[in-house]
Unconditional design. Structure first.
Length: 459
């Protein structure tokens, strides 16, 4: 026996009947419903006429809707004038119009999910495509359905201003310079006020300039020192190499020698103490699965955040870091790599907003900085690789520049220029950090009297 798709005739009738009883609810219902959400064609036709009348700023009632349907030779198709009056009689409570609309919409989403699942089953049974392609298509179909389940309504001016003034009052009372998640670098935090919920941040540089190193320095400061959970997706480096570099940058020990076990006995205490700090904080979550696509990252992040919040309901701060953007696989069949990166960029921004957490994505720059001579090789926003959408979508763009003439790997430390090239909610500027190549550690320059301590003291 064939199953009937999910639907609620009663809810559909109640939505339409409520509009006839009180046309002022149309705007509220249109925030939730579109004509295609209706299961019965007759109800879809009626709602289309209602939307048309509303767009033309005409009155809406049974007689006017019936006349429009009659002119389109559709009146008898929907059951005639008698059926329109029956819709009004079916309404039990006009005050529940939004609830009726939400039921109709939920049933539509379930039908769309069934359609997507049916196509996924057919693709899996046919096995004509590569497995990765079938999985990508399945994820895209499910994602498309999930996006249909997202709708936004306006916030009233009263609520908006009340919430805003509360935030402003709290900021003034505490006089915080940093209102988001601090990076641990004072000059960066002064410019950005910290990484705030729903922000999409890009850290960009040419290869071997220190993208991962800066991300790991931020990771240690946020997860171990501030005890804020960090979700780190490493698409390039395995988890043990990542932890080795994390401990190296925290202790300022040679990362390469550490991995080979070549370090002095007195340094073992630094290593075990730092490892213990990471262990005890229990705030760093690493996923080193290669070849993840944006839907994998999104779903894994959401699942982990929900799991952490179920254990600690007061947890409201998280940071997601992705190393690095160009290694994220797209979904579907993009026409070009540029289009694929643009879609990934848009979805990362959407992920930051929907999860309400800051998302940091590392990104490569193209070769143009190296080719410049007249104006110097300082990177610019236009150097972001493969897509101008990165520049548009990002709230903050941080670039790292180290002059090759000064960047001698034999030196104990070099100067790295940190360029805040874009800051949607604040100023742009640049500043210097010390970079220690052997440990991949970044540090703020210290006064001369304290500089000798920088060589051995952990973060």
């Amino acid at each position: 026996m064939e199953k009937v798709p999910p639907h609620s005739i009663e809810a559909e009738m109640s939505v339409l009947g409520t509009i006839f009883m009180d046309p002022s609810v149309v705007e509220s219902i249109l925030e939730i419903l579109r004509p295609e959400h209706f299961y019965l064609d007759s109800h879809r036709l009626i709602f289309e006429v209602i939307v048309k009348l509303r767009d033309m700023k005409k009155n809406i009632d049974v007689v006017i809707v019936a006349e429009e349907l009659k002119n389109a030779n559709k009146l008898e198709e929907i059951g005639g004038m008698a059926y329109l009056y029956e819709l009004v009689e079916k309404v039990s409570s006009p005050a529940h119009s939004r609830e009726y609309a939400e039921i109709v919409r939920e049933k539509y989403i379930l039908r769309e999910l069934i359609k997507a699942s049916t196509q996924i089953l057919e693709n899996a049974y046919s096995s004509s495509d590569m497995l990765d392609k079938i999985i990508d298509d399945a994820q895209k179909r499910i994602f498309d359905v999930s996006q249909k389940n997202v709708f936004h309504s306006f916030i009233s001016p009263k609520q908006l201003i009340t919430d805003y003034l509360d935030i402003l009052h709290e900021a003034q009372k505490e006089k915080k310079m940093v209102i988001g998640i601090p990076s641990g670098f004072s000059k960066l935090d002064n410019l950005t006020a910290g990484f705030k919920n729903s922000e999409f941040i890009i850290i960009a540089a040419r290869p071997s300039q220190g993208k991962t190193a800066l991300a790991l320095n931020i990771t240690y400061n946020v997860s171990v020192i501030k005890k804020i959970p960090v979700i780190f997706f490493s698409l390039e480096m395995d988890k043990y190499s990542l932890v080795n570099r994390l401990i190296a940058c925290a202790t300022n020990l040679n990362a390469f020698d550490m991995r080979r076990g070549r370090f002095e006995k007195e340094h073992w205490q630094y290593i075990t103490t730092t490892a213990s700090n990471i262990y005890e904080s229990n705030t760093l979550w690493i996923d080193d699965t290669s070849g993840l696509n944006i839907m994998d990252i999104r779903s894994r992040s959401r699942k982990l955040i929900l799991d952490l919040q179920s254990k600690n309901p007061s947890a409201d701060k998280f940071l997601i870091i992705i190393d690095y953007l160009q290694l994220i696989r797209g979904i579907g069949k993009p026409e070009s790599r540029q289009q694929e990166v643009s879609e990934i960029s848009r979805l990362l921004k959407d992920m930051a907003r929907s999860l309400n957490v800051p998302v940091i994505a590392l990104s490569q720059l193209n070769r143009r900085p190296e080719e410049r001579t007249r104006e110097g090789n300082r990177p610019q926003l236009s150097d972001l690789r493969e897509s101008g959408s990165l520049e548009q979508d990002a709230d903050i763009v941080i670039m790292i520049h180290r002059d090759k003439d000064k960047n001698q790997e034999t030196s104990s430390s070099t100067t790295a220029k940190i360029i805040v090239a874009k800051n949607r909610n604040g100023p742009t500027d640049d500043f210097d950090l010390l970079f220690f190549p052997h440990s991949t550690r970044f540090a703020e320059p210290l006064p001369p009297t304290e500089r000798s301590m920088e060589e051995t003291v952990p973060l």
